[in-house]
Design a protein around this ligand. Structure first.
Ligand code: ZN
Length: 448
C-alpha cells in the first residue's frame, strides 16, 4: 500500500497532488498572471528523472534514459532531445529552481520523458467513512459509506475492477476479500482513492447508489438492449461530399430501430445518446454494462478513403482485425479515440479490454450473422458480409455486441440514399429483423 496520509488541515497549503506509478506528491503552486506554476525539482524526484540545474545559465536539464528536456528560466523556449520548441509561456526562475505551469506538466514533461502522470487540484476532498465487501446470495457487493454522496467510476481491466472514488480514505484498512473478489488493494491518495479488486467468475456488474454489485449473469431472456448511435457532437464521423454527417444518419437510424423493437418486441431499449452530443467510447460500453444489457448494437455508416465506388451493408463483431480492409474501417472508427484522451495505439489497454468481450465472441458472431442475413434478403444495397475487427467501442462490453456499417457515406449514390428518411427506415427495419431472429434463436438455445 502506498500513499501519503495527511489530514485535510495540514494539506491546505498545498494546491495539487501529482501521481505517478503509485507514488504521489503534494505540491504548492505560485500564481503568476492567473496561472499556477509548480517547482520542477519535486516533479523530477517523483518521476525518477535526473535533475541538473545550472545556476549560471539558469538552465535545467531533465534526463531519463536517452530522453532529455532542457528548460531555460524566463525564456519561452524548451529543447526536447535535440529539437528547440517555442512555448506559449516562459518557465519561471524562482530561488534556485524552475517553475512550470501546472497544466503543461503532462503535455510537455510527461510526454517528453514518457511518464504517465495524473494531476488533481486539491480541493476539500470529502471523507469516505467506510468501504466494505459483503457476499449476498450469488453477488459480491462493494459498499461505500459516506456522509454525503461522492462520485466514483468503475472500469474493468482483465480480471480486475478498478474503482476510483473522488474522496479520501485515510489510514483505513482495506476491506476483506470475499466471494468473487480474491484480493483487494487500496491506494489512498490525498485527492482520491483507488481500489483494485481481483475478480473471479464475474461477467456483469451493477451500480446502485452507494453499492457496486459484481455477479455472474446467466440470462435466459433478452430484457434490455443498448443501441449506440456512433459519433456525435464535436465528432461528426464520416462526412460525405454532399455534406452528410455520419453522426446524423446514425442517430436517425438508431431512433427508428428503437421504435420498432419497443413496439413489436416489448424489450427495453437504452440509447447511449438521444441527441447530437459527444460521448467517449468508454462511456458507451459503460452505459451498457451499467444497465446490465443483454445485447449491444452500435450503428454507424461507412467511408472508404480508397475508393468512392465502395458500397453496401456490413456487420462487425469484435476480434483482432484480419483483413486490410477490416483494419482500415477499424482505424477510421477508432479515430474517435483522438477525442477521448486515449492513444489508439495503446495496444495493451486494447488487448486488456478485449478479454471482457472474448467470452461473448461466439454469440456476437451469431448475432452479426443474423443481422447480415436479413440485409442480404431485404436491402436494396449490396451485402458485404460479416466481418471481424477490433473496434474499441465493442471492447469492454459484457454482452454479445455488434457494430453495423449501414452504407457508405463516401459513395455518392449511397450518400444520397442515406439522406432520405425512407432509406433510414429501410435500414432500421432490416437491423430490427436480424435482432428479432437472433433473439428467438438465442432464447431457444439457452432454454433447451
Ligand atoms: Zn462511424
Amino acid at each position: 500500500m502506498i500513499g501519503i496520509f495527511l489530514t485535510l488541515a495540514c494539506i491546505l497549503p498545498y494546491n495539487y497532488e501529482i501521481v505517478c506509478e503509485g507514488k504521489s506528491i503534494l505540491i504548492e503552486a505560485v500564481k503568476v498572471d492567473f496561472q499556477d506554476y509548480v517547482p520542477l525539482k519535486s516533479v523530477a524526484d517523483l518521476i525518477g528523472a535526473n535533475y541538473i540545474y545550472d545556476n549560471n545559465t539558469q538552465r535545467l536539464y531533465l534526463t531519463m534514459q536517452n530522453r532529455q528536456l532542457e528548460i531555460i528560466g524566463n525564456v519561452p523556449v524548451i529543447r526536447q532531445n535535440a529539437v528547440y520548441k517555442n512555448m506559449p509561456f516562459a518557465p519561471l526562475y524562482i530561488a534556485g529552481d524552475i517553475y512550470f505551469p501546472v497544466h503543461e506538466i503532462i503535455p510537455t514533461i510527461g510526454t517528453s520523458l514518457d511518464k504517465l502522470m495524473f494531476i488533481k487540484e486539491i480541493k476539500e476532498a470529502p471523507l469516505i467513512d467506510d468501504i466494505e465487501l459483503v457476499q449476498k446470495g450469488d453477488s459480491t457487493i462493494l459498499r461505500f459509506s459516506w456522509p454525503r454522496t461522492i462520485d466514483f467510476d468503475v472500469q474493468f481491466l482483465m480480471k480486475k475492477a478498478i474503482i476510483e472514488i473522488d474522496g479520501q480514505y485515510p489510514r483505513k484498512p482495506a476491506p476483506k476479500a470475499v466471494g468473487a473478489v480474491s484480493h483487494v488493494q487500496v491506494l489512498p491518495y490525498t485527492t482520491y482513492t483507488r481500489l483494485e479488486l481481483d475478480l473471479a467468475g464475474v461477467n456483469a456488474y451493477l451500480e446502485r447508489g452507494t453499492e457496486v454489485i459484481f455477479y455472474h449473469k446467466i440470462s435466459h431472456t433478452v430484457n434490455l438492449i443498448v443501441i449506440d448511435p456512433g459519433h456525435g457532437g464535436i465528432d461528426p464521423g464520416a462526412v460525405g461530399k454532399k455534406g452528410l454527417y455520419e453522426k446524423d444518419a446514425n442517430l436517425d437510424i438508431a431512433k427508428f430501430l428503437r421504435q420498432y423493437i419497443e413496439d413489436s418486441l416489448g424489450i427495453r431499449i437504452v440509447m447511449t445518446r438521444e441527441k447530437d452530443e459527444y460521448l467517449s467510447l468508454k462511456a458507451r460500453t459503460n452505459i451498457a454494462n451499467r444497465h446490465s444489457a443483454d445485447l449491444f448494437v452500435s450503428v454507424h455508416c461507412n467511408a472508404s478513403g480508397k475508393s468512392s465506388k465502395m458500397r453496401g451493408f456490413e456487420t462487425y463483431f469484435l476480434s483482432e482485425a484480419r483483413t486490410t480492409e477490416a483494419r482500415a474501417v477499424e482505424a477510421l472508427e477508432n479515430a474517435s479515440l483522438k477525442f477521448d484522451d486515449i492513444e489508439p495505439d495503446d495496444e495493451l489497454t486494447l488487448i486488456l479490454y478485449d478479454l471482457a468481450q472474448s467470452a461473448y465472441l461466439e454469440e456476437s458472431n451469431l448475432f452479426a450473422e443474423s443481422i447480415q442475413d436479413h440485409a442480404k434478403s431485404h436491402l436494396s444495397i449490396p451485402s458485404r458480409g460479416v466481418k471481424q475487427a477490433g473496434f474499441y467501442v465493442l471492447r469492454g462490453a459484457f454482452m454479445p455486441a455488434v457494430l453495423i456499417e449501414c452504407a457508405f457515406v463516401s459513395n455518392l449514390e449511397e450518400e444520397r440514399m442515406l439522406k432520405q428518411k425512407s432509406f433510414r427506415r429501410e435500414l432500421a427495419v432490416c437491423i430490427f429483423r436480424g435482432i428479432k431472429h437472433y433473439i428467438v434463436d438465442y432464447e431457444r438455445r439457452l432454454n433447451n
